[in-house]
Design a protein. Sequence first.
Length: 202
Amino acid sequence: MKLVLQSIRQTILWTLICGIVYPVAMTLLAQLAFPRQANGSLVLRDGKIIGSALLAQQFTGSNYFWPRPSACAYGTGAAGLTPSGASNLGPTSGQLQTNVINNTAAFLGGNSLPANTPVPAEMVFASGSGLDPHISPEAARLQIARVAAARGLGPDKIAALVDKFTEGSQWGFLGEPRVNVLLLNIALDEMAPKNPAPPSKT
């Protein structure tokens, strides 16, 4: 009976510590130290949530920068969408080869680029999550001419915006430079507000 009572007390104690005290403490700490990140890095426009800086959205118009392909149709759990994830297609998969060929052709054709233009890997391969919000600066620069023409703006002006939204490596040494597509497209709409409607919340 003594061992039974000790087990019950230990169960109650560690349930309180690990199930209540620790989560509450971490939640309060996160809200105090990193409130934006703790709440999902939400992006607001006119007081309305239109997305998250951590999640990709689909942009297909010629007047927007395009994100990398998504194997889950940029799904975030909404009804009718595939949950986030990769395609899980192996390197010998015929479907993967077809996807790469189609994505390459779509990127080159959509941006009126010569057929021998090297296309950044992230524009032909889907990310592991299907929701990667970033592309490389090279991928963004290859889209400048198309976006500038659609927006009626000078390429130099669009290029300067890409440079402004190019993020460096994390802490100066982790990862590669990258561009957040959602934030860049929002800045485009602010630069030329008479163009089509802003991105909608995913």
